[in-house]
Every structure is written in structure tokens, then in C-alpha cells.
Write a protein that binds this ligand. Sequence first.
Ligand SMILES: [Zn+2]
Length: 207
Amino acid sequence: MAASERLSGPLPPRTRLWLDFVNTDAAAQSPGGDLLRDFEALLHWLQQQVAVDDERAAGIRRRAVLQPAAAAATLVDARRVRAALRALSERGEQVVRVRDDAVVEINRVLGRSAGTRRIDPHTDGGYTRSFVPTGDAFAGLMIPIVESAAESLVYQELGRIRRCADPRCHRVFLDATKNGLRRWCDMGTCGNRAKAARHRARSAGAR
Ligand SMILES: [Zn+2]
């Protein structure tokens, strides 16, 4: 990608890390159920999202073997953060208390983590910001998630966050369309299903 192409907008029209994190709960919809079934699954997910780099992940993995109770507690904590963020994504725009609760949760995570911030160059010419925890490595794992949620609050994006219009789907997403009328988490799956259902209903009515 040419350097000029990445200057097209302040924030790319993609989803937010915290929303992807919320969607790992997948409630009743996916055959696999909760994506964060154990600590390793959580760490793997964070690695996939580049929210933790491979070197740090390897260190944390070794620590998790030595301190299984701390790893288990980290997973419980991650699910707690996720529940607060799920509520924020679905009702935060309308309900002040939900928003306040999420802010308490975000600040709880931000407040207990000490570390340093840095930016690193990418091979493609871009840069990423990262947070390198000092002290308890487990405590820093949720930082990128809650920072992403904090940014959505700071930039007042909650009004653009929707739950998929398919009642069987629990996914939330950022509506980055100009008209703000996006209804489905993904046109390829839920959007297509709705289109097919409308088509069936029309053909049945025509008969
Ligand atoms: Zn959906």
C-alpha cells in the first residue's frame, strides 16, 4: 500500500478491537460457544488480534504454566470486562448507568497496570502503538481492549454501535456507513440470510 493511501481518514472503517472482543462471547449462536474457553484461548485470541506480540505471549504462556491460579483469575477478569463491554455496546448509548458501570470497569483495568508506551514501525511503512506492561504481565493483557473501548467513548461513537438485526445473532458492530443504516454484522452471512428470507416470503405471497 502506498503511504498516501493510508491518509484517507483518521480511523479506518473497520470494527473496533473491543467489539471483536465482545463478540467472542458468541452466546448461543456459534457451535463452538464461548471463544474464551480457557486462558490459552484468551491469549491466542489476543495474539491473533496483534494485541499482544508473539514474544510477550510466549513469556506469558510460560508464566501461566507456573502460576495457573493467576492465569485462571485473569480469564475470569477478562470475562468480567467483556460482560461490561457487551452491556456498553448494546445499551451504553441509551442507559447512563450502563455507561457509568463500563467506565468504572475500564478505569479499574487502566488503573492497576503500570507500563510503558511505545510505537513500533511496521514492515509496510505504518506504525502501531503498544503498551509494554512492567510488573504483572497478566494485568496488562486487557489494556488494548479497554483502551479501544475508551476511544469509542472519547470519540462518542456509541450511537454508531449496533447489535445485528438478526435476532439469532449476538454480534455487535460499528456502523461506519454514511447514512448510519447498516443492520447486519456481515452482509455475507446475516445480511444474506435476511435477503433470502425476504425473497422466500415474497415468492410465497405471490403464489
Ligand atoms: Zn449477524
